[in-house]
Design a protein around this ligand. Structure first.
Ligand code: ASP
Length: 361
């Protein structure tokens, strides 16, 4: 449709007038800006514990940009072949191919970047940042994302380690007793696994960056993209309010735009941990009944993590820590500030004794 010159002038005049209108105020109060001497703060999922120390040091000692610091933090795990939740050595899809997702946001410049179903490049977080910095786009997927990464100078490598290949083979063999894959001798039950790192960083000036990186759900259908690379679901950052991110069942989080939801709750004055709990309640409200137990509780997990511009932080999960068979880091999230890197407790909605017996992952 071609605009007449008159129509064009009307539209531009109207938008010029709109831009001078005072913005509608949101009820409640946003976090107040930091004072200039505040210490940096980094918050991440528990598996980001080594990374929060790196990110904090970069901001405190080298004055690094918060997004650069957070990405340096997650790179540590992306490049670790033993971490099967992200990057090199991540769990593959159902065909045995590792496909990675990542997204990032840079508070001060209000920019974002993301990649989905990226193959052959160990650091999708850096490719997401390159999309943000070098293109007019936000989200590249599949072959296009890989071609872009190669053009940007990223090196291609085989991301499937022997350990992850064996895990995939075990899953494949036990999948269907009637198929042509021989079952292993033992009767191990191979579950779906996952792992993701979300990291949010706040520098001393009050600028914020956030990143989430993952190999997604193990044995996923090729091309499946979870919440991690979706801006507003896997992570979100608003430099005037704070940042948030998520790990767990991406399909549940995508429907509530969880990270955006948490930031919006903080904008209305909620503490980060209350905002995370609120997002979990909304997640349950938006969950189909096949994924809820008889009492309406989820049979999967989702965690949220958040920090606010005034230096508060928190995280929440559905179930309290279990006495049995949980890694020590379960029910925690990673924090680094002037008190050093550490794990802090996630808040939760349900006591452990109420946990459904059958959890998906
Ligand atoms: N959120 C990730 C996804 O759905 C998985 C995870 O966090 O473990 O791809």
């Amino acid at each position: 449709m071609e605009l007449s010159r008159r129509k064009f002038l009307e539209i531009t005049a109207a938008s010029a007038a709109a831009s001078t209108l005072p913005m509608a105020k949101v009820a409640g109060k946003s976090p107040t800006p930091r004072n200039k001497t505040a210490n940096p703060l980094v918050v991440a999922s528990a598996n980001g514990l080594p990374g929060v120390a790196v990110a904090y040091k970069k901001m405190a000692e080298d004055n690094a940009d918060p997004l650069e610091a957070a990405i340096a933090g997650v790179n540590l795990q992306e490049l670790d072949p033993n971490d099967q939740g992200v990057g090199l050595g991540g769990f593959p899809n159902e065909l045995g191919v590792v496909q990675l997702d990542a997204s990032c946001m840079h508070g001060p410049s209000k920019r974002a970047g993301a990649v989905g179903a990226l193959e052959g490049i160990a650091t999708p977080s850096l490719v997401a940042k390159a999309v943000m910095e070098h293109t007019d786009h936000i989200f590249l997927v599949g072959q296009g994302a890989k071609q872009f990464a190669l053009k940007m100078g990223f090196k291609e490598q085989d991301l499937l380690t022997e350990k992850s290949r064996q895990a995939w083979l075990d899953w494949r063999r036990t999948l269907n007793p009637g198929d042509n894959w021989l079952d292993p001798d033992d009767d191990r039950f191979i579950q779906q696994s996952a792992g993701t790192i979300n990291m949010c960083a706040l520098d001393a000036k009050g600028d914020i960056g956030s990143v989430t990186t993952t190999s997604g759900l193990s044995w996923k259908i090729p091309g499946r993209v979870g919440d991690s690379p979706i801006i507003g679901a896997g992570q979100y950052c608003d430099n005037t309010v704070g940042a948030a991110g998520s790990t767990g069942r991406g399909e549940a989080n995508i429907k509530v735009c969880g990270a955006f939801f948490v930031v919006e709750m903080m904008r209305r004055g909620m503490h980060p941990r209350e905002a995370c709990l609120e997002a979990l309640k909304r997640t349950i409200e938006m969950t189909e009944s096949r994924l809820l137990d008889e009492q309406g509780r989820p049979t999967f997990y989702v965690n949220f993590y958040a920090l606010s511009k005034d230096g508060k932080h928190g995280g929440a999960t559905f179930y309290g820590p279990s006495a049995a068979q949980r890694p020590r880091s379960y029910g925690t999230y990673a924090v680094a500030d002037d008190q050093g890197p550490r794990l802090e407790k996630l808040y939760y909605l349900f006591e452990d004794y109420e946990r459904p017996r059958k959890m998906m992952f």
